[in-house]
Design a protein around this ligand. Structure first.
Ligand code: GUN
Ligand code: FE
Length: 425
């Protein structure tokens, strides 16, 4: 029996589907070799000798999954927020990302980031680094140490970017990317490389073709941005006159789902054709409400995506979003959906607590396999939450305790964390 076999006792919440919230008070979760064997009101006879961790009156939820963030942007989160996307990239994000050429700066900045991620309620994440291979590997090493399960991408960008932050030729970009993949593909327990063309405006067709070949050679997943901002979408139309919609700019290189597991961040302004292709190809939507607000991109019609049967997860989009705490993304996903319903389109009902909890756990978690739920057979990622620091004279049922944590909680409420059955703290 290894130390990934144990019992957790406490108050459990999880969502087997987007419309079902399960709450189990004062119960026992069995974890065997890192896999959930389910939640029981009493310890089943065959497990009665397992070590028990008594979390007392605390709330226990599946680890949260951040499907989209930029690690190098953590250093300047919440600064320079009064711009829209394209200006913000030029004025703020690109100059800051250029600093990651310097390994010393990168170590300092990425160490702060990795510690924040470790303390947060997140157990899995898919993140962008910068185009620099050396410091991308440094980030991967620091993330490996946290114990979180992450995808990390060396960014590709070879056009429409400043000289100081641009891959010089598609051939050099391909060489760097291949070397980085070779170096990191089987190196870590917890970290995997993910192909990361920044977005269509940053990548020439020649580079995209080379990335497509790398994707096929190594069977890599891919992450990028899609239909985030109206100016960006117009720009893509000019750059890719042969395509009918933005998604096709990736699909024409086989970089849009199907055999290439794909996360597309934002999808604020996706057309019906684009939504249909995402559905057909199994492309994941990373909904990033805080970023959509800060960069004034718009409000993604998430209800439409859920109704269409798309896979939808949540992202912090650090530093379009300022908070790495996914509770903020959950609460704000609900809030912006209410404004959208009231002000934009009353045919799409607002999101509710159960739906955003699902997106933050099993919805995004499925990109990583069987994760994000306490159902039997799922990898056990669990976050133990102490809500006694949010005092009230009232005594709430478990669903309302979860709701209070989603709106008011942060990493100070996280008293323990397990990833795939391994205790992180
Ligand atoms: N599109 C291309 N690059 C970025 C980025 O760094 N952040 C956001 N929000 N969108 C992007
Ligand atoms: Fe982003």
């Amino acid at each position: 029996m290894d130390n990934r076999t144990f019992i957790l006792k406490g108050n459990f919440c999880y969502t087997p589907s987007a419309d079902t919230l399960v709450t189990r008070e004062n119960s026992y979760l069995i974890c065997e070799d890192g896999i959930s064997r389910g939640i029981f009101p009493e310890i089943p006879e065959k497990y009665k000798d397992l070590p028990l961790m008594d979390c007392r009156d605390q709330v226990i939820i599946p680890g949260l999954v951040d499907l989209h963030l930029h690690a190098p942007q953590f250093a300047f989160r919440s600064v320079g927020m009064d711009m829209e996307l394209l200006e913000w990239l030029e004025q703020v994000a690109f100059p800051q990302e250029a600093r990651y050429q310097d390994p010393e700066y990168a170590r300092t900045a990425y160490s702060i980031f990795a510690q924040a991620m470790k303390k947060s309620p997140t157990t899995r994440a898919s993140m962008f680094a910068t185009l620099h291979p050396e410091t991308t590997i440094l980030l991967m090493e620091l993330m490996e140490e946290t114990g979180l399960k992450t995808y990390v991408g060396k960014v590709n960008m070879d056009r429409n970017s400043p000289d100081y932050l641009r891959e010089k030729t598609p051939l050099e970009a391909e060489k760097d990317t291949r070397n980085w993949v070779e170096n990191t593909l089987h190196k870590y327990r917890n970290v995997r490389p993910i192909l990361t063309p920044r977005f269509t405006p940053s990548c020439t067709d020649d580079l995209m073709k080379r990335l497509s070949q790398i994707q096929k050679d190594y069977q890599l997943p891919l992450q990028s941005h899609l239909s985030e901002n109206l100016g960006e979408i117009e720009w893509v139309k000019e750059l890719c006159p042969n395509t009918r919609f933005y998604g096709e700019a990736y699909a024409q290189f086989d970089l849009f789902g199907l055999d290439c597991p794909t996360i597309m961040a934002h999808c604020v302004h996706s057309s019906p054709e684009e939504i249909a292709l995402m559905k057909e190809n199994g492309v994941y939507v990373a909904h990033c409400p805080q970023s959509n607000t800060n960069l004034a991109s718009g409000i993604a019609p998430v209800r439409k995506y859920l109704d269409a049967g798309l896979s939808v997860g949540l992202g912090s989009d650090i530093a379009g979003g300022y908070s790495e705490c996914l509770f903020r993304a959950m609460a704000e996903a609900i809030q912006v959906s209410k404004l959208r319903w009231r002000l934009v389109d009353d045919s799409l009902q607002p999101l509710n607590l159960t739906e955003v909890f699902y997106m933050a756990t099993k919805g995004g978690g499925s990109f990583f396999g069987k994760t994000g739920s306490f159902e039997e057979g799922y990898e056990l990622d669990a976050v133990i939450l102490n809500d006694s620091t949010l005092p009230t004279p009232l005594s709430f049922p478990l669903k309302e305790r979860l709701e209070r944590l989603v709106y008011m909680g942060d990493d100070r409420n996280v008293s323990g964390k397990f990833v795939s059955g391994t205790q992180i703290f």
